[in-house]
Design a binder for this molecule. Sequence first.
Ligand SMILES: C[S@@+](CC[C@H](N)C(=O)[O-])C[C@H]1O[C@@H](n2cnc3c(N)ncnc32)[C@H](O)[C@@H]1O
Length: 363
Amino acid sequence: MRHLIVPSADTQYWLDTIKSNDWIESGLGILSLDDGMKAIPLNKNAPGETDSFWQNLPLSELPREDKPAKHWTDLLDRELYDSLEDHWPRAYEIIGDVLIVKLEEEVYSHRNKIAEAMLKQIPNIRIICADNGVTGKFRVRDLSPITSRDGSNETLTTIRENGQRILIDPTKSYFSSRLSTERQGNLAAAKQLSATVGRKITVCDPYAGVGPSMAGLLNNDELIDSIFVGDLNPQAVELLTQNIEHYLARGDSRINATILCQDARIWKDDQKFMGAVDFLLVNLPHETLNHLNDLLPLMRKGTPSLIRGWAIIDRGDESSVQEDLESLLLENGAVDLELTCQEIKGFSATKIFVRIESQQTFL
Ligand SMILES: C[S@@+](CC[C@H](N)C(=O)[O-])C[C@H]1O[C@@H](n2cnc3c(N)ncnc32)[C@H](O)[C@@H]1O
């Protein structure tokens, strides 16, 4: 590697000058040579030895041990890293080839250096975006693209979950890869219900987003006869439609699919959906408990049925939520009711994220 050889006393001056021109090779320190001189590592952008910028100082090829970077922060300038040590992002989320990272104010001005280091160190990602939180009633992410391998700011991407492809744009529709285990649970529960009733079942997912739950459910030829899926967010429904078309094209074309962009609470107003659903998914965690009453008319009568919902509730309220929901279902004609309300993860200091699972027969 090329180094600029400088008298020890001039090291700081040359280091600052080289850094301000972005010619320093990051991640490597300054070498002390036997003759009291110092060697400053240069990157490929630094000019050649004959350039007058170096004021006749020699440039020398010196071998450096190739210490492979273990972490993207190893690629940052050491001095910069140390000066902001507590503020560099410790976590990030990857959705397909999009990396999403929350940046503290202190390091925001260094976002390009962060993004370049991440692109260099983390394989299979194409674009790095700063995460400005979720916005609007559809809770989509506000992302600022920082840099990308291909120069494009496109955030449309594809993930594979439990072996299935899901088309997703985190700036257009809510999506959480953390709920992948819950979606596996949906598939297991659907299979169990189908075995209990001895036929294919009808599934309704009226808060479907881009449809990640359908990826697994529609991959089983003998499981589903119809799906009613939708979302209130038109941009989510565009991707949902593409995903569903893809899932149906690969398997059993006899599955009927209805895809609607509408408020989940009005599915019941269309006669053809009333009493038509065996398995209902309710995934609007801040509103699940309030919306449930409007969804119950969709449930099929006279046969075992299943509801799986997710909600954010106050810590310690599991029993009272369970009792309230049991009362609601009994009032709506449920018999043989088995309802559980189980914490899946913490949400905040005072709130938890729970799964509600209810098996019953509506009379
Ligand atoms: C928590 S997300 C769940 C998305 C998807 N089921 C998943 O697991 O990725 C809730 C979804 O409900 C949609 N939504 C919000 N209010 C709605 C309503 N009143 N009716 C239907 N969908 C709604 C949002 O746009 C969002 O896509």
